[in-house]
Design a protein around this ligand. Structure first.
Ligand SMILES: [Zn+2]
Ligand SMILES: [Zn+2]
Length: 635
């Protein structure tokens, strides 16, 4: 991503064309399976942050292959930006033969290695039938996308540390982990507690098994519908005695979500939760039989408990929506180019919707907490300038630029893009209420999702080596939603999914006896400035809105605001100091840009921001109230 994004348009096109032809070649060559592929992972010096990987490959007896290509993924499932994990690989070497694990004096000749491209190493097989490659890979990020090895633990996401053998991603693989003394291994595929070896049907499933290795994680368990759930917690801060309650509340979420979907397909599932207590590491990542959740705070702290449950409700819903029922492009994976799918507003957005709805159905929120949350999402989307420019499907296709993508080049994305998370959430909300209203409660989005799962996951023949069933297109989703709702949804999808029309909120809310109130936001003027609150040291402009007073005044993203209305200003007093202004005021502003101090005048414009609030209709009928109760309680 970094390399491409800095180049001019012409070079970007050429690079993408090359990548496309490369993947066409790789998929055309469905090679005979290798004799065996064994991954050995060790970590002899945790303080170095270097994972040590060995891959032992046996070729088929009759193989005439002159070379094998080993490739590092460009990205990892669930996070759709390109991170080029090859950049952290070092000391790649190839050796002839495979040493028996216990053999101390095993001598292996060095085999020639050449670098083919940014992600690929080619090893000559020298007319032998077995090779071992070794490399180290640096990892020091606690994240569901990256990996971390330090003196406290090893926590890895397989895609960021394991190479695959090109053309052999479908082959069976074995994994052996050698932990440091006293450290215990845990992941979502444990047959016994001291397990150190795993067999996986293919590489894609191996890297879908994030793993934690440390001395001091804790484990709690519960059962629902005969399935075993494990809550593994590694806390770097104080828990304040809240862990037992957290486990009980996670169980409530599991019960609410399995009540909608029916019992899940697995025998056991693992929540791998870190409380990082570092104020920056935060993530949630879905997997087939586990999830990684990383909270930047400590469990005892205000807000952390609720935020963890929010992520749990979202990630566990992914067990069905995205991990098994999936857009056609999401598995098997092509790790040689950025993923391109129109379906993330379903996969992530509708998951966001249900994540919130399930907190209500689990009894962790009351009606008003859930409706407040949806009101905030509407307020966010309807005030975003990008909502008028980017559709839900466009947002999904732009995921490689949006999903935590690193940007060295400045972009206008804050003004031109929307996230498929909140937009997809609102499409799900409106679609759900419209179907409930039109069918008088006989059908809902719950039925659409169950029907999709049944048709594409459970009942479709396997389309690939990767997983059961086949993927869906957004046209498939439109058809199933139309059939379940007894509606022609072509106009709805054209306007609100592929287009940028404002969703028909009022029609949707009326069907359950609710209404959407739009009120002018508290600030009685518009300046067109968004603050970069993540910059903890300074008061910095994060966004300048197009055609706004800030743009007219020549202000820019990255400017540090020094004074406003001739008074010094900081992060702490910024919001209070705004309250003394009104529309039409000419407000002197001083900013620092690079080494310059710039004076400008903001001519405050008419307020443009509105707050949205979902309220009960006074004239709600008993039928509408019954529909609302069924929606919120999931009956
Ligand atoms: Zn850990
Ligand atoms: Zn998600």
């Amino acid at each position: 991503m970094n390399g491409f994004i800095r180049k001019s348009g012409c070079c970007l096109t050429v690079a993408l064309a090359l990548l496309a032809s490369f993947s066409a070649i790789t998929s055309a060559q469905q090679a005979e399976p290798l004799g065996s592929v064994t991954y050995r992972l060790s970590m002899s010096r945790p303080v170095s942050h270097l994972f040590e990987v060995a891959i032992e490959v046996e070729l088929p007896k009759d193989s005439t292959a002159k070379s094998l290509d080993f490739q590092m993924p460009k990205w990892s499932p669930g996070r759709y930006a390109v991170f080029d994990f090859a950049k952290n690989v070092q000391e790649f070497q190839a050796l002839g033969g495979i040493c028996p694990p216990a053999e101390v004096k095993c001598v292996q000749p060095n085999f020639p290695v050449s670098r083919v491209d940014d992600q690929t190493w080619r090893v000559e097989t020298m007319n032998t039938h077995s090779v071992t490659i070794r490399y180290r890979v640096f990892g020091n990020d606690l994240s569901g996308t990256f990996s971390q090895l330090d003196s406290r633990h090893a926590n890895y996401n397989g895609g960021s540390i394991f190479m695959y053998v090109v053309n052999h991603k479908p082959d069976r693989v074995k994994l052996v982990i050698e932990p440091p003394p006293g450290w215990r291994i845990v992941n979502g595929r444990m047959d016994r507690s001291d397990q150190r070896e795993w067999q996986f049907p293919n590489y894609d499933i191996m890297i879908d098994t994030p793993t934690e290795i440390a001395a001091d994680w804790t484990e709690d368990q519960f059962q629902v519908d005969g399935k075993r759930y494990r809550v593994v917690v590694h806390s770097f801060g104080d828990e304040g005695g809240k862990r037992a309650g957290l486990v009980r509340d996670i169980e409530k979420i599991v019960r609410a979500e399995t009540a909608m979907w029916g019992p899940p397909e697995f025998d056991s599932y693992t929540f791998l939760i870190h409380f990082a207590a570092d104020d920056h590491s935060g993530d949630g990542m879905e997997h087939l039989t586990s999830t990684q959740i990383i909270e930047p705070g400590a469990l005892w702290e205000e807000g952390v408990y609720g935020s963890t449950l929010d992520t749990v409700a979202h990630e566990f819903f992914h067990v069905w929506n995205v991990k098994r029922l999936r857009p056609v492009e999401l598995g098997p994976w092509d790790f040689t180019r950025p993923v391109s799918t129109r379906g993330l507003w379903v996969a992530e957005g509708i998951t966001n919707y249900y994540g919130h709805l399930m907190r209500r159905r689990a009894g962790l929120w009351d009606d008003s907490a859930f409706l407040r949350r949806e009101s905030e999402t509407i307020t966010g989307i309807e005030n975003a300038p990008g909502a008028h420019l980017m559709s839900a499907e466009d947002s999904s296709l732009s995921a490689p630029f949006l999903d935590d993508a690193p940007h060295a080049q400045r972009t206008n994305l804050p003004n031109t893009s929307i996230s498929y998370y909140p937009k997809g959430e609102l499409i799900g909300l409106v679609l759900d209420l419209m179907i409930r209203g039109k069918t008088n409660g006989k059908a809902s989005l719950d039925d659409v999702m169950r029907r999709m799962y049944d048709e594409f996951y459970l009942k479709s023949p396997n389309a690939s080596y990767y997983l059961r069933g086949r993927g869906y297109t957004t046209e498939d989703f439109e058809r199933v939603a139309s059939e379940v709702g007894g509606l022609d949804l072509s106009r709805f999808f054209g306007y609100y999914v592929r287009g940028v029309g404002v969703l028909p909120y009022e029609e949707a809310f009326t069907s359950v006896g609710l209404s959407l109130v739009r009120e002018q936001a508290r600030q009685p003027f518009n300046a067109g400035i968004g603050i970069a609150w993540e910059d903890k040291d300074r008061l910095t402009i994060g966004v300048v809105r197009p055609r706004s007073p800030a743009e007219e005044a020549g202000l820019a993203e990255g400017d540090e605001i020094i004074s406003l209305g001739k008074k010094n200003i900081s992060r702490e007093n910024f919001l209070v100091s705004l309250s003394r202004f009104k529309q039409g005021d000419r407000v002197p502003i001083t900013v620092k840009r690079d080494r310059r101090t710039i004076q400008a005048t903001l001519v405050l414009g008419a307020p443009e921001r509105f707050e949205y609030r979902i309220t009960e209709r006074k004239d709600a009928t008993p039928e509408q109230k019954a529909l609302s109760a069924a929606w919120l309680k999931g009956s």
